[in-house]
Design a protein around this ligand. Structure first.
Ligand SMILES: Cc1cc2nc3c(=O)[nH]c(=O)nc-3n(C[C@H](O)[C@H](O)[C@H](O)COP(=O)(O)OP(=O)(O)OC[C@H]3O[C@@H](n4cnc5c(N)ncnc54)[C@H](O)[C@@H]3O)c2cc1C
Length: 777
């Protein structure tokens, strides 16, 4: 029922919608369709609007990120996206006023998502995989495409695409045409379009009564929908106390451009990267007649921006020509848009009725509000006119304690990753070593900053980073958190981080400390600490397990050998105990053992293993030749203790007769009672030349006497050759491991000691690694 003022202008409506962007306009259309008298208030030229600058991708899957799918509230939001995607064909037709079937508003046929070399593994690669996994989970058709087959694409070789996938059902619309059609449809449905600005909300007795426009006119209604994007905040602020516990809206200021290509071409589909570097990824949207939309930057600012900052514009255009098509550099810029995405201080949308009855909020939609507009319009129209809710909007009710869902640790890690990703996207030129310096240095800075903001609540990564640059945002966050603590109490203890979270962070730390297999090591340590063989990465890690895990990760970061930390090493399928004072046996020695036994014909050989260390080779020989008699020799008492412990531990597996003897391998009378009787001598002796630089695992933590062997690395080889020549029977076999670069020298030493049939062998990686020879008869 519309009321008319004394000036003849209607002032009373069933519903007043404030804001004429995609959301407000769609809601006005839907409300009017259901028979309500509606006023749609908003300046005709839509200052600061997000909708006019939007690429208007209908991005359901292309917008997926790891943080979205891992977060409970992100999943609730994604459930809305899934519902929205199916509404578009019918929605476009319904606002086309019989002029068309609506498809003429579409500007792109499908979306191609690119993973290119500009992004980082922790963001782009992970988000790309998250997109693919989500497509599969929801049976959404997609194709993996060879990036070189993506038409129109011609990036700079430094920014080349590595992978691509095409989503045929994900299109884009022309936001300008969409807004025009919405406006026309609203007018046709009798909506009163008011070219003005609402200055305040009217309300009393806990009930909204309408709005007052900037020119002083009052519009009355018991139902007011605030859908003014970032501008909505002024209206919330106009009601004293209303916004205390409603997360404030700030602006995700973004620049986009429309370029007319030099050769008049455009791609058929949207071409985009995954979301990255706190922004929505680089995207190109065809706009017809050789024009392409290029978007978009995203910088969170306390107030909306009207003009583009020069650096942002330059950055955007440089990214577009480098990453998508080089001839954009000589194309004409036909238009530059600035928009302000409405983002709330907890990063999630504000959808529902406020504590002032009849005052509703439909905003905070940040990056994809245009895509959600038909869905939200229908839902709000139903709810505001007394219908049954269909969607789960409960978590997004405007008045709320901050929605989190990410641990502080995870927020800090993501903030650091995205901050650095902006550098990579800018092709920064930082000396290699400095990048990890930043990585490690930034985290404590952000950790301290998060603590300074609030001890209990942590903002989402992009807001944490923004608040550091914008004191006003920091102040708003602090105030909101204080208000929420006073109203709702402290948040409960944070959910324990999952095993996967701990493993990811540990892998990052190990990468920074140059461990060669960081993720595999982190997984091994997690498996070591946790019960069971194969830890569930999604399960929470208890505080006690986490403490044990991080103690080991810290030692691994100090480059202690992984095997010292787990206390275990393997040779074949034998599990050996190892620890301080003994060299860690390496699986590459298996090749030598296999070859040596193949050459040694006897089923019950007499075997001597020199430099036996942990006893690994002696035990392996004993396990593979059960009738053998094996003596392991080492000069080091600690090593022999490990060897004996291993023999004891493996006595059920190793049937051969075994003993371990302490002795100097070079001594002329070592095992002299066996002279000329031994069938096989094996040795994995110390063999690294003293001057060779070694990784800390070997250089610092393992016994030098078991690793290094004189200036040329051959001292132990000479001793082994001489002792083996004495011990072996005629035709007996010598197998000796050596430093890979020294094969020729070892062959010479072995020959000179009286061996024949000397052959050199490589390990599994193809490096010369051991020599086999026969004692001359
Ligand atoms: C560069 C860029 C690219 C984007 N790309 C996409 C995309 O590809 N897909 C997608 O789905 N989303 C995208 N978005 C996000 C999307 O644009 C927003 O989430 C969505 O458009 C918000 O719509 P809205 O109607 O709530 O707000 P807006 O579009 O901001 O409109 C709000 C309107 O309300 C008016 N207003 C404000 N205050 C008042 C007041 N007090 N009285 C009266 N009127 C008022 C404003 O002038 C404005 O016209 C992008 C945003 C940007 C900036």
């Amino acid at each position: 029922m519309t009321h008319v003022s004394e000036h003849g202008r209607p002032t009373g409506y069933d519903v007043i919608v404030v804001g004429n962007g995609a959301l407000g306009s769609s809601a006005a259309v839907e409300l009017a369709r259901r028979g309500a008298s509606v006023a749609l208030v908003g300046p005709r030229h839509r200052p600061y609007a997000a909708s006019t600058a939007a690429g208007a991708m209908l991005g359901c899957f292309g917008e997926v990120t790891t943080t979205l799918v891992e977060n409970t509230y992100g999943q609730t939001k994604f459930a809305l996206d899934l519902r929205a995607k199916d509404l578009w064909p019918e929605w476009l037709e319904s606002i086309s006023g019989g002029l068309s079937d609506g498809r003429d508003i579409l500007t792109a046929n499908g979306t191609t998502v690119l993973l290119n070399s500009v992004g980082t593994a922790g963001i782009d690669t992970d988000n790309f995989h998250a997109i693919r996994a989500t497509l599969e989970k929801h049976d959404e058709p997609y194709e993996t495409v060879d990036p070189s087959d993506v038409g129109w694409l011609d990036p700079d070789p430094n920014s080349r695409p590595l992978q691509a996938l095409h989503i045929p059902g994900e299109h884009a619309v022309d936001s300008g045409r969409l807004l025009l059609r919405l406006e026309q449809t609203a007018r046709d449905l009798g909506v009163t379009l008011i070219d003005g600005h609402a200055a305040s909300v009217l309300g009393d007795d806990g009930q909204s009564r309408g709005v007052v426009l900037e020119d002083g006119t009052s519009l009355t209604s018991g139902q007011v929908l605030l859908a003014g994007g970032v501008g909505t905040q002024t209206l919330v602020d106009s009601v004293p106390g209303l916004g205390d516990c409603i997360p404030r809206l700030v602006a995700g200021y973004g620049v986009s451009a429309v370029v007319t290509t030099q050769d008049g071409t455009q791609p058929e589909s949207v071409i985009r990267t995954p979301n990255r570097a706190f922004a929505c990824g680089l995207h190109i949207v065809p706009r017809g007649a050789g024009r392409v939309y290029v978007g978009a930057t995203n910088i969170i600012t306390p107030q909306p921006m009207a003009d583009p900052v020069m650096g942002d514009l330059l950055f955007l255009l440089e990214c577009a020509h480098r990453q998508t098509r080089r001839n954009l550099w000589s194309s004409a810029v036909s238009g530059i848009n600035v928009g302000n995405r409405p983002i709330s201080l907890d990063g999630f949308p504000l959808l529902g009725e406020t504590p002032l009855r009849g005052l509703w909020m439909m905003t905070g939609t940040y990056r994809d509000g245009l895509f959600l507009s038909p869905l939200l319009a229908k839902e709000f129209a139903a709810r505001m006119l007394g219908g049954e809710p269909e969607l789960d909007l409960e978590p997004f009710a405007p008045e709320r304690a901050p929605l989190g869902g990410m641990s502080r640790e995870a927020v800090l890690d993501t903030t650091v990753e995205h901050t650095l990703a902006t550098g990579y996207e800018q092709h920064w030129n930082v000396p290699t070593g400095w990048q990890e310096f930043f990585d490690v240095g930034l985290k404590p800075i952000y950790a301290q900053w998060a603590e300074e903001l609030d001890p209990d609540f942590t903002p989402q990564p992009d807001l944490l980073a923004a608040a550091r640059m914008e004191p006003q945002i920091a102040l708003w966050l602090k105030t909101y958190y204080d208000n929420c603590r006073a109203r709702f109490g402290k948040p409960g203890p944070p959910a324990a981080d999952s095993v996967g979270d701990h493993v990811r962070r540990a892998a990052e730390l190990l990468t920074a400390t140059r461990v060669t297999t960081p993720r595999a090591d982190a997984l091994t340590l997690a498996a070591h600490v946790l019960p069971g063989e194969d830890p569930d990465l999604d399960a929470p890690m208890s505080a006690e397990d986490a403490q044990g895990f991080w103690m080991l990760v810290g030692r691994r970061a100090g480059r202690e050998p992984l095997e010292y930390l787990t206390g275990r090493a393997r040779l074949f399928d034998l599990e050996l105990a190892v620890g301080a004072g003994v060299r860690v046996p390496h699986t590459r020695t298996e090749a030598m053992v296999t070859e040596a036994l193949a050459r040694c014909g006897s089923d019950h050989p007499r075997v001597v293993d020199l430099y036996t260390g942990s006893g690994a080779v002696a035990l392996a020989v004993g396990a593979l030749r059960p009738a053998a008699v094996v003596t392991g020799v080492d000069v080091c008492a600690t090593a022999l203790d490990w060897a004996k412990r291993n023999a004891e531990g493996l006595k059920d597996r190793v049937e051969a007769e075994l003993d371990f003897v302490r002795g100097d391998i070079a001594a002329p009378d070592l095992l002299s009672g066996l002279d000329g009787t031994v069938d096989l001598v094996t040795a994995a002796p110390p063999n690294v030349p003293d001057h060779v630089h070694l990784i800390p695992e070997l250089a610092t933590h393992q016994p030098a006497g078991a690793i290094r062997s004189g200036w040329d690395g051959l001292d132990a080889v000479r001793s082994v050759a001489a002792t083996a020549a004495r011990l072996l029977t005629g035709g007996g076999v010598l197998a000796i491991e050596h430093y890979d670069a020294l094969a020729d020298a070892v062959i010479e030493i072995v020959r000179a000691a009286g061996f024949e049939a000397v052959t050199s062998h490589t390990d599994r990686e193809g490096h010369p690694r051991f020599v086999i020879a026969r004692r001359a008869a």
